[in-house]
Design a protein around this ligand. Sequence first.
Ligand code: BG6
Length: 515
Amino acid sequence: MATDPIGAAAGPHAGPGIEPPPPSLLVIFGASGDLARRLLLPDLFGLFLDGLLPERFAVLGVSRTAYSDDAFRERISDSARALGEAKFDASRWDAFAAGLHYHSADLENPESYPALRERIRSLCAARGIPGNIIFYAAVAPKHYVSLVRRVGGTKLALPSEDLPGFRRLIVEKPFGRDLASARDLNREILSVFPDGQVYRIDHFLGKETVQNLFVFRFGNGIFEPVWNRNYVDHVQITVAESIGVEGRGDYYDEAGAVRDMIQNHLLQLMALVAMEPPNSLDGDDVRGEKLKLLKSISPVDPERARDVCVRGQYTEGEIGGKKVPAYRAEINVPPDSSTETYAALRLAVDNWRWAGVPFYLRTGKRMARKISEIAIQFHPAPSQLFKDTSCGQLDSNLLVINIQPEEGIFLRFGAKEPGPGVCVRPVDFHFTYREAFGAKSTPAYGRLLLDVMHGDPTLFPREEDVETSWALLDPFLRRWREDPGRDLRFYPAGGWGPPEADALLEGGRDRWRQP
Ligand code: BG6
């Protein structure tokens, strides 16, 4: 095993204008879990290959499972290799892996913490890291509070004489399970870590296309003038997945689609689509505008919850020619579960820009295909000019921002079909990241980890964002808690969700897209 520090490739490789962040130690709680293995550490390796890590940087994985440093490295290398040749540079792996360390500890036992503190201290000393420590809570959410209290109790949450430097805490979603629990969690965390040092992570905000939405809207002159109720008929935000719960049944059955996806990813996307331009790119300005938007979403009358939200659960079906089981037959899911694996909502924004424009949000597991997109449907052009032609009803313009899997944007407009006479047909302008830039984008977790190392909170939801989102969803969650089977519809795996969701679309005029 090579012994160079993990960030040895930094500096000369960093892109123009991108300063590597200061030296730091990343302590990942829950390091034996899926998130660390499949996403965090492979993404860090990607940052290392791009020369974006600081020169002095190390990772300390902490979990109950007993691994040696080498066994931990081996485990991570297996999953990093599984990403494929293009992302795994074997010749550089050893240099990266030398900075990966592991400490086995029962995080529920307060007696584990003094030894953990000592390990952190000695690692910082050995690596020449001046006590800058980032903690990543990648444990099950029910352990967040005790973890944070114990980190605080061991004098790890604030700089000290033997460990000076900064402290930052990254908290994975879900952040609470309703408004009350999110408030409690915020209070607990903020009693230990100063507000500015808490990073509530939502990995969708680290996706390249999501950030491009900001540039698309505010870095171009021609879109913003039509980005309002005078031109936009409605907006559809879809995050569909073809996968099921992938062995996470115990977590998912407690969460469901609204807590797992809508409260965070989809509402954040909606905030970015609909927010006003901020005064600057400063974190406070951007987050302030996002919060204003979230606050202007009209609260849902609990009596009308059923009219604006459809929840569903998948039954068995077929995806890509393969039979897949029903949700209730998944591992660690009770056979009578009433958890929703699909949710669709119609929301209204009560402000001058968006009054009267419905925002439809939908997400589901085991849908026909994996696709995340934001579709802006414009009002139709008056068609009287073409009324005596064979065109029929003209299609209205449509702008689609593809978040994944094909990152890009397309605009649909009418074009004259060649030939005698006048016939208008819809055609598309296409932009894809792949064709335009060729280069791979920084994966979402990698991008966000880098931001935390730099101390840039812009892409991280604040306490109030999280609480405002929960406040919006609480009426639904309360209704279903009282009567879990209430309003639950079923849809076959491999489709586009329960047919009842069509009724959410207003006036029978709009339709859900089936991309
Ligand atoms: C996570 C959810 O936050 O996002 C998962 O917990 C979901 O259930 C995942 O599968 C989707 O993320 P991505 O980046 O694969 O679209």
